[in-house]
Design a protein around this ligand. Sequence first.
Ligand SMILES: NC(=O)c1ccc[n+]([C@@H]2O[C@H](COP(=O)([O-])OP(=O)(O)OC[C@H]3O[C@@H](n4cnc5c(N)ncnc54)[C@H](OP(=O)(O)O)[C@@H]3O)[C@@H](O)[C@H]2O)c1
Length: 303
Amino acid sequence: MSAATDRRAQAGVPGRVVVAGATGYLGKFVTREFKRRGHWVRALTRSVERLEQAGPFTAPGIARGEVDEVFVGQATRPETLRGLCAGGIDIVFSSIGISRQRDGLTFDQVDYQANRNLLDLCTRSGVRKFVYVSMLGADQIAKLAITRAHERVVSDLQTSGLEFSVVRPSGFFSDMGAVLAMAKRGRVLLVGDGTNRFNPIHGRDLAEVCVDAAEGEAREVEAGGPEVFTQREVAELAFAVLGKPAKLTVVPLWLARGLARGIGRINRQFGDLAEFIVTAGEVDAVGPARGTMTLRSYFEELT
Ligand SMILES: NC(=O)c1ccc[n+]([C@@H]2O[C@H](COP(=O)([O-])OP(=O)(O)OC[C@H]3O[C@@H](n4cnc5c(N)ncnc54)[C@H](OP(=O)(O)O)[C@@H]3O)[C@@H](O)[C@H]2O)c1
């Protein structure tokens, strides 16, 4: 760590930050939140165009003038990251991971290796702190490929010698937006009986949690939104906001598991994703309530 970086950290003043995942749902809100609090921000992206465009589910576009620098690189390819942490970067935040991407890569290649590449760069470049977004209740779904990838990053952070903070959110509002989209099409599929409980959180609220984590000292930060729902209640709320009668189709767990296995035989990545959806539909994930945005107001905004 440079003397200047050390002085900034001790004084608690805004620092120089790299946001990796800046084109994603959460990353766009986090980029804005770091800037709002006066930090100097370099956004990592593999597409300037997508950074500037508004994303799905109300994620804002990030105009050139809203960040201090845009760095074009691909976190899965370390040779494209040279210089990313140059110029005295204090903090690297990463929400890089596969959600809706169809690049043909696995969770291991993206959720683990891309973040590992960033971590290696941080240790070589004298970065002080790494803030990483994993998931709430990882121990309940530890066998899944996505969880293993995320938790390998966490365990590498623990032995990296860097300061770090792991943010563990419940579901994102963006995924609830996907439920609303299904309701708009007329029918929502529920895996299992839909009685597992969770408290999803808006990207803007979670961004505040992430930047608090960057500025604070906690190594593990769990967070959810202000309201607890079951999967079934989310679907019913979506139909209520649309003013339509609720039409739900329940896919029994035994069938969903079989389908996920079948998909996995054809395409490993889709199979891993399907297994995640099935397993996540079975467990509760309720974190400490943070933020103020309600799901109803979010659904109203989307409609
Ligand atoms: N959704 C949830 O409920 C939930 C809950 C807990 C934790 N999380 C975790 O939170 C993180 C962020 O989620 P999100 O909803 O913000 O995801 P997102 O919108 O898909 O954003 C993910 C970011 O990762 C980047 N990325 C994906 N594949 C890449 C690749 N092959 N090479 C380089 N960059 C790549 C994306 O870049 P592009 O835009 O260029 O694709 C994007 O910037 C993920 O790790 C997710 O597992 C999500």
